[in-house]
Design a protein around this ligand. Structure first.
Ligand SMILES: [Mg+2]
Length: 284
């Protein structure tokens, strides 16, 4: 049977996918527009960018003779304004019909995060991802309660118990377990079910191959509160050749589930071996 049937059956036949795209902090509007238009032309209706500036800020500060401490979480006025400008350029390039999510990878302190999420409210983001680290639920909740920008977190949490406080204390608006990593398909469905009690959407993090992505799609189809699933292989040209079907499983920004047994796609081992990262073992 298809896995989705073993998980209880389908709420939907098609799973919406968003593309993580390579917008760099140093890009100007025309460069950003090219990246965003490339994603939309492939049929995606939602995308995500990284807005934490990291090395870009450190280079800027070094040039000004005021080095930035890489371990400090405070965003200064320049960094704050640059993050807001970046989001403004991306949402302008994306237009009204495409949804934009923004990730800052837990890099801010609470006050920097609150200032940012409030100033991003006019852009109606799909979500702002992990403004602060998710382990301190009270700090995350403080950020969430300060703004109408939806807050999403959870890509590095594990099992139901790792998500319990975050969900029960309503410290985020959206949960984003990484399905292959958080404890498996059945475990992840339970996390989604717990979130559903709080009317909280479920938008899984995903950096997997077509195999892991399709497995994740089965969970997404089986829960009512699914929002959108990540796709992170935009720049790997073997996305469509690493499976035996030799087809892109994503069409028009969505994955249609088949009636095949199990996951429904199979790895082409010869292609996978070709792209195996040096120094890694083969399923040992
Ligand atoms: Mg993230």
């Amino acid at each position: 049977m298809p896995i989705v049937e073993l998980l209880g059956g389908k709420f939907r036949d098609s799973v919406r996918v968003y593309a993580d795209c390579q917008v760099e902090p140093s890009m100007d509007f025309s460069a950003i527009k090219r990246v965003v238009e490339g994603v939309l032309e492939r049929g995606f209706t939602a995308l995500k960018i990284d807005a934490d500036l990291g090395a870009y800020t450190r280079d800027y500060r070094r040039a000004k003779g005021v080095p930035k401490d890489r371990f400090n979480y405070t965003a200064d006025a320049w960094e704050h304004e640059r993050m807001v400008q970046l989001v403004e350029m991306v949402t302008t390039a994306a237009g009204e019909d495409a949804a934009v999510a923004v990730d800052v990878h837990t890099r801010l302190d609470v006050t920097s995060a609150i200032r940012l999420v409030r100033d991003l409210e006019p852009f109606h983001l799909l979500w702002l991802e992990e403004p602060v680290p998710p382990e301190n639920v009270a700090a995350m909740r403080e950020v969430k309660r300060s703004t109408t920008t939806p807050i999403c977190a959870g890509e590095n949490l594990y099992l139901r118990h790792g998500f319990r406080d975050l969900i029960e204390q309503q410290a985020v608006d959206i949960v984003m377990p990484d399905i292959p990593k958080c404890g498996g398909l059945s475990e992840c469905r339970k996390i989604a079910n717990l979130a559903e009690i709080y009317y909280m959407p479920f938008a899984p993090h995903n950096v997997a191959s077509p195999i892991g992505t399709m497995a994740s799609a089965h969970v997404c189809a089986s829960v009512p509160n699914f929002l959108v699933l990540e796709f992170h292989w935009l720049h790997r040209d073997y996305w469509s050749t690493i499976t035996t079907d030799k087809e892109d499983i994503i069409k028009d920004g969505a994955i249609a589930l088949s009636d095949r047994p199990g996951i429904g796609v199979e790895l082409d081992e010869a292609v996978a071996r070709q792209y195996q990262f040096p120094g890694t073992t083969w399923f040992e």
